[in-house]
Write a protein that binds this ligand. Structure first.
Ligand SMILES: Nc1nc2c(c(=O)[nH]1)N[C@H]1C(S)=C(S)[C@@H](COP(=O)(O)O)O[C@H]1N2
Ligand SMILES: [Mo]
Length: 207
């Protein structure tokens, strides 16, 4: 049966198998990294248009255009939050400042301790994909990814690394941290793409 779109005043519709969560739980693998501003940099590398690596230290990154987006947040463990306001630097801004070569099809977003998530370039260029530094006007806490975490509202939240340190432009797809450990290569919650065994030919490199 086709579900009606959510109407004003009604609870927004959630992707299949998800439930609304009050509050904001902390979910990640491994320890929370310590932020060392003097060592921190945000690096865009791989198949850039000019062949070079683009770097911003924390002061420079903080000076990039600040925008806000409103989006949902869906964890594959089935909790969701809706209409969250995120502030930071949009993926589109990063793509403009550090353009990819024309052959780029995917990106790998890298975080502290080698956590990574791969995205199709077409997911990364979404209007509401954002390197968030703030949530509802407040700086992120350490557990939630301070100083920078990626948010891609239309994908499961594991596709949004906390403690981001870099973006690698790729000319072919490669699986990231959870994608190598049995999670779906694309991770669209509306299609309930949770696990790698649900993948169809063309969804990504085989496990
Ligand atoms: N670096 C890093 N980022 C990560 C993870 C992780 O283990 N390490 N877990 C992901 C998962 S599965 C989820 S649901 C969200 C949780 O974000 P939160 O703790 O701010 O709610 O972060 C994502 N980003
Ligand atoms: Mo998650």
């Amino acid at each position: 049966m086709v579900q009606p779109e959510s109407r004003e005043g009604e609870r927004p519709q959630l992707p299949p198998g998800q439930r609304l969560q009050r509050g904001w739980p902390v979910t990640h693998y491994g320890p929370v990294p310590r932020f060392r501003p003097e060592r921190w940099e945000f690096r865009v590398f791989g198949a850039t248009a000019d062949g070079g690596t683009h770097r911003w230290n924390h002061e420079e990154f903080s000076a990039l255009p600040y925008e806000t987006v409103v989006g949902d947040f869906h964890c594959v463990t089935r909790f969701s939050m809706v209409d969250v306001e995120w502030g930071g630097v949009t993926a589109r801004t990063v793509l403009e400042l550090a353009p990819p070569a024309p052959e780029v099809t995917h990106v790998m977003v890298w975080a502290e301790y080698g956590y990574s998530a791969n995205l199709r370039l077409s997911d990364f260029t979404a209007e509401d994909a954002i390197f968030a530094t703030h949530r509802a006007g407040e700086p992120l806490t350490a557990e939630h990814g301070f100083p920078v975490r990626l948010i891609v509202p239309h994908l499961y939240a594991w596709k949004g690394p906390k403690w981001v340190r870099g973006v690698e432009y790729m000319t072919a797809d490669r699986r990231g941290f959870w994608e190598e450990r049995g999670y779906h290569n694309i991770g669209d919650p509306w299609r309930e793409q949770r696990y790698s065994y649900q993948e169809e030919p063309g969804d990504g490199p085989e496990l």
